[in-house]
Design a protein around this ligand. Structure first.
Ligand code: C6P
Length: 412
């Protein structure tokens, strides 16, 4: 029997807040299942962007005029909001960046260049997005350090026994995602962090796929760095967060030089600004960062637990429906997953499936999802990935299942 999808909130009311959902694509009502790539934005976020540009567009932290003060206040309110959202100890630990990619590059460039040396080791996992692989490869190349990789088990979970064996006195940094974008696996990051700390390594958590779905408490986790992208959390593109422990950030050199990150500049010597501004050179993405707060408000008001419960019911329903179709193989069957359903179908290329679903108004992502080594691990070129958000419904999953069923019978 189909499992019921009951939720603590009214999905129809939630959907009204997302104008983009109410359109036809290729003659059908849009079904948006590409939320792991980027989520849609509620009216409150769109309104905040419009309010800023039409009401108080000004540069921040510079002018003393009224608009500049208003913009600065709104920008700093987002920092307060992020601090509370992830339970950081201080706003000095919240650095605004373009997103997770920039956050990881910042740590690799600043922390990595200063503290790593030849012979040191960095541990990542086979589940990582290219953003959490390539910056470490670049660093290892520069420093003659070694990259070690935690293997992934057949069900998409990390091999923690192998992780324990990889850890040693040489390990200087562990960089792992909170949840996998390709398979949905939620990693046991508390355990991973505690084990790394026992060997004296610092830990960076890539929270790209956790921000909108999982509770995050950086003090309870004890992680040294945590990265977020606003656009995967119902917020605008082009802004995100690097959380770092103050004692670490204080020892790190600036990532970029320019305005705002300085205290005093002469040709002989420059002194740097206090945290977090030391890491925020130049005019930042003001509008999008201000609107990021509206996205966090949306998540808080809806309730992260309610969102997680709704998405988990959708994932269970979709897993059963898709898994029952002939030739469908689900890739990633970990016990704990965020709402990502990745699959392949015998004899069909993921790209063709994606195109045929698009012709039915259903948006999924196909391909390697920027996790090529993970696809290699499973001996596949890519998957079809349907990822669910707070506004998705059981009826939309029925449409996906119906579409897949037609594609399978048509191609036979
Ligand atoms: N994953 C996806 O479709 P940016 O692009 O910087 O906001 O996030 C990069 C990133 C890092 N880590 C993980 C786990 C991610 O999922 C992503 C982005 C998108 O899966 C786009 S490739």
């Amino acid at each position: 029997m189909d499992s019921p999808v009951t939720t603590a909130f009214n999905v129809a009311e939630i959907r009204k807040q997302f104008p983009v959902l109410h359109q036809q694509v290729n003659g059908r009502n849009l079904v948006y299942f590409d939320n792991a790539a980027t989520s849609q934005k509620p009216l409150s976020v769109i309104q905040t962007l419009s309010d800023y540009y039409s009401g108080y567009n000004a540069n921040i932290h510079r002018g003393i005029h009224t608009l500049a003060e208003r913009a600065t206040k709104a920008y700093e309110e987002t920092r307060q909001s992020v601090k509370a959202f992830i339970n950081a100890a201080s706003t000095e630990e919240i650095i605004f960046v373009r997103g997770v990619t920039e956050a990881i590059n910042l740590v690799a460039s600043s922390y990595g260049r200063k503290f790593l040396k030849a012979g040191d080791e960095i541990i990542i996992s086979a589940l990582e997005h290219h953003s959490n692989i390539v910056p470490w490869q670049l660093l290892c190349e520069e420093k003659q350090a070694t990259l070690r990789v935690i293997p992934v088990l057949e069900n998409g979970e990390l091999d923690l026994d192998a992780y324990r064996k990889l850890l040693s006195g040489k390990t200087k940094l562990v960089a792992i995602n909170h949840a996998s974008n390709s398979l949905g696996t939620i990693n046991p990051i508390k355990e991973i962090i505690d084990l790394a700390h026992q060997t004296g390594a610092v830990v960076l958590i890539d929270g790209a796929q956790a921000g909108a779905h999982l509770p995050i408490d950086v003090q309870q986790l004890g992680c040294d760095f945590y990265c977020l992208s606003s656009h995967k959390m119902y917020g605008p593109t082009g802004t995100g967060v690097l959380y770092g422990k103050k004692e670490l950030l204080s020892t790190m050199p600036p990532y970029q030089g320019g305005g705002e990150m300085i205290k005093d500049v002469t040709f002989a010597k420059t002194t740097y600004n206090n945290l977090p501004y030391k890491f925020e050179a130049g005019t930042p993405n003001i509008a999008d960062t201000i609107a990021f707060k509206s996205a966090i408000d949306f998540i808080n008001e809806t309730g992260k637990e309610n969102i997680a419960a709704h998405e988990s019911a959708l994932l269970n329903y979709a897993t059963k429906k898709a898994g029952a179709l002939p030739g469908v193989k689900i890739i990633g069957t970990a016990q704990n997953k965020v709402s990502v359903l990745s699959f392949v179908i015998d004899g069909l290329h993921p790209f063709d499936i994606g195109q045929m679903l698009d012709a039915r108004g259903i948006a999924v992502r196909t391909g390697h999802h920027c996790t090529q080594p993970l696809m290699d691990r499973f001996g596949i070129e890519g998957t079809v990935r349907a990822s669910f958000a707070v506004y998705n419904t059981k009826e939309e999953i029925d449409q996906l299942a119906e579409g897949l069923s037609r594609i399978i019978s048509f191609m036979k």
